[in-house]
Design a protein around this ligand. Structure first.
Ligand code: 13P
Ligand code: SF4
Length: 354
């Protein structure tokens, strides 16, 4: 069980045996039982930078999801091995854009005569293949903490952006941060011929949004915002930009997971907050700040944990660390060199954003 003291002790002992050879990264959405063993925690942007900053660690154990481990492999040296404690820890959003679908989309843009004006901007939450596509076509990666800067950069390079795969982050950033209108955005549906768009619609659009979303954040609703305001007078509603546009519009503040943590750290005692992001993080923050008299509630009780983030649990971490301590490499994530080359180009453009 998660609280099993035997497992805690085994994880501790295996980690101690590995010493400097292992570096454990933990995304904020991971379980507490896993986070306690992380050398660093962060949002996906911070973890991408941190992974690259530890060239002496032979093993990078990535407690997060598959696309994050791929990015870590791309950004670390060739003799560093990135390990994902459970290979089934994927991301349903990343799975919504496949290499074939994106190649087909580029053909559609080419046929409509707009491809030359389009700069792809891909959210970190995408496969290495999609990142490579982005790099090949002169685009950049972004995360929820630098999406605005990425879009500003992209609109200096071209007139239109193809934003993959999270329509909500794309729309929210364009409309909230860049002053565009909803009419400037069109939705490309990979399951429809020509994305469900006419050549004219593509020519008129500034933002071409891929029809993907997060199955966790996409479930918060305007109703849940209204309910919490009625229940807790004076509450500040703070949501992640992966939430739907109408939810973001109804909220008081919007930001990435790191932003949410900083906002709560800076919040005055006695303040009340309803947070719309992953439940593991919200619970951890509620416990942490209870002592400072900050009331923190989860925005919508019907929304669950991210099921794939939660696949990384203490038993998987123990198995991983003990295997590595015995010299047995398990669950390595490797991106092939050709994909890596172009994906790295796109990731480095992100890391170089002002
Ligand atoms: P950030 O870590 O960039 O806030 O992204 C949230 C997320 O959904 C990660 O899977
Ligand atoms: Fe993917 Fe959403 Fe889970 Fe993040 S929270 S890993 S975007 S499904």
């Amino acid at each position: 069980s998660p609280s099993d003291p035997d497992l805690v002790e085994r994880a501790r002992a295996a980690k101690e045996k590995l010493g400097e050879k292992v570096f454990v990264l933990g995304h904020h959405y991971q379980r507490d039982e896993v986070i306690q063993f992380a050398d660093v925690t962060g949002d996906s942007f911070k973890l991408a930078r941190d992974a690259a900053a530890r060239p002496e660690a032979e093993y990078i154990v990535f407690c997060g999801v598959h696309f994050m481990a791929e990015s870590a492999d791309i950004l670390t040296t060739d003799d560093q091995q990135v390990v994902l404690p459970d290979l089934a820890a994927g991301c349903s959003m990343a799975d919504m854009a496949t290499a074939e679908q994106v190649a087909e989309c580029w053909d559609v843009l080419t046929d409509a005569g707009v491809a030359e004006q389009v700069v792809p901007v891909s959210y970190m939450n995408s496969s290495a293949d999609i990142k490579a596509f982005t790099g090949r076509h002169g685009g950049t990666i972004c995360t929820s903490s630098n999406a605005k800067r990425a879009l500003e950069w992209a609109f200096e390079q071209g007139e239109k952006v193809l934003f993959l795969p999270d329509q909500h982050l794309g729309r929210n950033t364009a409309v909230r941060d860049m002053g565009m209108s909803l009419e400037d955005c069109v939705l490309y549906n990979p399951h429809k011929p020509n994305g469900g768009l006419t050549a004219e619609e593509l020519r008129d659009a500034k933002m071409i949004l891929w029809r993907g979303h997060c199955s966790v954040h996409g479930r918060f609703s305007v109703e849940s915002v209204n309910d919490v305001r009625a229940r807790i007078p004076g509450v500040n509603v703070l949501v992640h930009p992966e939430c739907k546009h109408e939810v973001v519009a109804a909220a008081d503040q919007v930001g990435s997971t790191e932003y949410i943590i900083k906002a709560l750290e800076a919040a005055p005692a006695g303040s009340k907050w309803a947070i719309g992001t992953e439940l593991n993080l919200v619970r951890r923050l509620a416990n942490r700040f209870a002592a400072e008299d900050k009331e923190i509630v989860f925005l919508d009780k019907t929304v669950c944990f991210c099921s794939t983030m939660n696949r990384i649990d203490l038993p998987h971490l123990v198995w991983t660390l003990e295997s590595l301590a015995e010299g047995k490499l398990v669950n390595r994530i490797v991106v092939d060199p050709e994909t890596e080359k172009y994906a790295k180009l796109a990731l480095e453009r992100m890391l170089a954003l002002p």
